[in-house]
Design a protein around this ligand. Structure first.
Ligand code: DX5
Ligand code: ZN
Length: 222
């Protein structure tokens, strides 16, 4: 079944724990925490202290999306704060292989994110080491942007590569996900949907989460 990861970037920051709990009670699987440094992306959000504050307040897998330069400097801090998956951007790492190994040494699952214009090729020699590939369907930095349709082809190509090489990483899609675009992403091979505004602005987020989860998942190995 499709997993749903609400992005707390669209939550009311004055009451983050209650907002996260609201998503848990609405049927979310993961909590997606968007970390921005004002350098890699033109916005600043939160750091390990916020992850630590949320950890223990919700029964959700903590998925931390690092939109920061030099992520290797902060892996230990996020892991100690309770992060369970750390996703770094390929564009932000000079030594991606080393960073991925460092994430695992810190006891977290390892993900790599690609901006919309970044081709899949840069992952060719590291796919076997990854637990997750995050395909950005907006340019990172802000919630509430429109889904970029051109990434659907990238999701399909990644799913095909996974099938061809019999690999087991999960495919996550992030940015502009709503009920229409979710169907496109899942139809192309997404396993995990990140959604900010579509969930936090919904009057009944449980309905939206349920609709996402009901989307028929593409079969992996046929
Ligand atoms: C964008 C973030 C996304 C964003 C998603 O930089 O990585 O997680 O919060 O928000 P929506 O679903 O509103 O595009
Ligand atoms: Zn994100």
């Amino acid at each position: 079944m499709i997993k749903v990861a609400p992005s707390i970037l669209s939550a009311d920051f004055a009451c983050l724990a209650q907002e996260a709990k609201r998503m848990e009670l609405s049927g979310a699987d993961w909590l997606h925490i968007d970390v921005m440094d004002g350098c890699f992306v033109p916005n600043i959000t939160m750091g390990p202290l916020v992850v630590e504050a949320l950890s223990g307040r919700v029964d959700l897998f903590l998925d931390v999306h690092l939109m920061i330069e030099h992520p290797e400097k902060f892996l230990r801090a996020f892991s100690q704060a309770g992060a369970q998956l750390l996703t770094v951007h390929a564009e932000a790492c000079n030594h991606l292989h080393r960073v991925v190994q460092m994430i695992k040494k810190n006891g977290c699952k390892a993900g790599v994110a690609l901006n919309p214009a970044t081709p899949l090729d840069c992952l060719e020699y590291i796919l076997t080491d990854l637990d997750l590939v995050l395909i950005m369907s907006v340019n990172p930095g802000f919630a509430g942007q429109d889904f970029i349709p051109g990434v659907v082809r990238k999701i399909s190509a990644l799913a095909e590569e996974r099938r061809r090489r019999n690999l087991f990483f999960e495919i996550q899609v992030d940015g502009g996900i709503n009920e229409d675009t979710a169907a496109l992403a899942v139809g192309a091979g997404a396993d995990i949907l990140v959604a900010g505004s579509a969930l936090f602005n919904a009057t009944k987020p449980q309905k939206v989460i349920k609709a996402f989860k009901m989307l028929p998942k593409k079969q992996r190995n046929v």
